[in-house]
Design a protein around this ligand. Structure first.
Ligand code: FES
Length: 167
């Protein structure tokens, strides 16, 4: 049977009735028409489907939509109205942080979530810094963004864009 669920997406509440097997990714794309979030692998390996759930970046292809009941979901569609999101998007354009663009919405959402993690002082695998005060090194940017693959290999531009935003 279907389960009632209330999703807050980009500041708007949606009351839905969903099969518990529907992923957040399919819910966003097929039920809400928000196709900015992309489906790459559909198995949690590529990061193309990254969105924010209560500020944390998640792979929406791995997350049942019903599990997001009451959560604040933010997708790429909201980034144009967000100061940091706009800065990240502009930096990706300025530094050619994309080629085909399929991974880009996931990359942008991931950067916004990653910067929040960094500022909250959550360590990465390569830093001992717990204050969030130290600027991110390129190695740390790559490590913190390791969940977002780019099949075109635009990593140098992606790192350059993130470096600019965190400067
Ligand atoms: Fe979700 Fe690849 S589509 S991680």
């Amino acid at each position: 049977g279907h389960i009632p669920v209330r999703l807050h997406v980009n500041g708007q509440a949606h009351d839905l009735s969903l099969d518990p097997r529907v992923t957040l990714l399919d819910c966003l794309r097929e039920h809400l028409g928000l196709t900015g979030t992309k489906k790459g692998c559909d198995q949690g390996a590529c990061g193309a489907c990254t969105v924010l759930a209560d500020g944390e970046r998640i792979n929406s292809c791995l997350t049942p939509a019903v599990q997001c009941d009451g959560m604040e979901i933010v997708t790429i569609e909201a980034m144009a109205n967000d100061e940091l999101g706009t800065r990240v998007q502009d930096a990706f354009l300025a530094h050619d942080g994309l080629q085909c663009g399929y991974c880009t919405s996931g990359q942008i959402c991931s950067v916004v979530g990653m910067l929040a993690e960094h500022r909250a002082g959550r360590p990465s695998a390569v830093t001992e810094d717990l204050t969030g005060a130290a600027p991110l090194t390129d190695v740390e940017i790559r490590e913190r963004m390791a969940g977002n693959l780019c099949r075109c290999g635009a990593y140098n531009g992606i790192v350059a864009a993130i470096r600019e935003v965190t400067r």
